[in-house]
Design a protein around this ligand. Structure first.
Ligand code: CUA
Length: 312
């Protein structure tokens, strides 16, 4: 999946991309002019036969003109940047969808706000957004400073403990966009990715309705054993699976983990094999994670994975 701010999929990213192209064009032109003048000067210098004095005076005029041009160009870029920032700041909306994203070591907690607490949705490392609707991302941090960055949708914004920051964005094109922590934050910096899935409003509505439901019940003995193990081991201390005894909030909500594409903040695709490996030894898979290895037998891990894969 490409992650490029030159493939803007939303109005804010479009503005930023526009500014990027203006700066690219201006700086390219300046570089071309400087190189051209340099080449010309070298060529002239090699075959100079006139006295130096009159030449030096003329040179002084050139330097003066170049200084004025430099100031004018920098001022122009400054104005363009200010205009872009103001345009970005004006893209807010009453009644926007509010999504609270909280930075953790080492994952992103995602909560869709709703006036009725029962309608709120909690998930992790994956955001679904309705295309064409303004979304207000409330950025919080628990125990780490991450920088939330989805190049296709907006610029970076830091998540800092004790500080609430807001990012307004709107996806205008359906698609799956990769986001990435954009500030060095420690052992798992490179593995602090997430997905933004922009989809048509009706599809988004179906997704959020499905997320509001409690977890699917186990369908066979193995899945039943998986649920039993989840409820009898340390899993419940950190994870929530709504509709079961698991209600921990330290780690990602697993109620609908099988509806997500990746695990461990975009570290790996969510496959039974990867889930199995994760439960076996979380630290080999994701050094620095707070998840402990539980020392379960392989068949017990299989049962848990079978149950987790049920949680669509
Ligand atoms: Cu979080 Cu880098």
């Amino acid at each position: 999946m490409r992650q490029s701010m030159l493939e803007a999929a939303g109005i804010q990213a479009g503005r930023i991309e526009g500014l990027w192209w203006v700066m690219f064009a201006v700086t390219t032109a300046v570089t071309a002019v400087v190189l051209g003048v340099l080449a010309w000067a070298l060529w002239r210098g090699l075959r100079r036969d006139r006295p130096a004095t009159s030449h030096d005076r003329r040179l002084l005029h050139y330097v003066g003109a170049a200084s004025v041009a430099t100031v004018a160009i920098l001022f122009g870029l400054l104005i363009t940047t200010i205009l872009t920032s103001r345009a970005l700041a004006s893209q807010r909306e009453q009644g926007a969808l509010v999504v609270e994203v909280t930075a953790h070591q080492w994952w992103w907690n995602v909560e869709y706000q709703h006036p009725e607490p029962a309608q709120r949705v909690r998930t992790a490392n994956e955001l679904h957004l309705p295309v064409g609707r303004t979304v207000s991302i409330k950025l919080l941090a628990n125990d780490v400073i991450h920088s939330f960055w989805v190049p296709a949708l907006h610029g970076k914004l830091d998540a800092i403990p004790g500080h609430e920051a807001t990012l307004w964005l709107r996806a205008d094109r359906p698609g799956v966009y990769r986001g990435q922590c954009a500030e060095y934050c420690g052992a798992q910096h490179a593995h602090m990715a997430f997905l933004v899935i922009a989809e048509p409003p009706d599809q988004f509505e179906r997704w959020i309705q499905a997320q509001r439901t409690t977890a699917q019940p186990p369908q066979d003995d193995r899945e039943q054993r998986g649920l039993y193990l989840v409820q009898r081991t340390a899993c419940v201390m950190c994870h929530t699976i709504r509709g079961t005894a698991a209600g921990g909030r330290v780690g990602p909500d697993l109620t609908h983990i099988a509806s997500r594409q990746t695990i461990l903040a975009g570290t790996a695709p969510r496959t039974p094999g990867n889930l199995h490996r994760l439960i076996e030894d979380p630290h080999r898979f994701k050094p620095g994670t707070r998840m402990p290895a539980l020392g379960l037998a392989p068949e017990d891990r299989d049962a848990i994975v079978a149950y987790l894969e049920r949680l669509k």
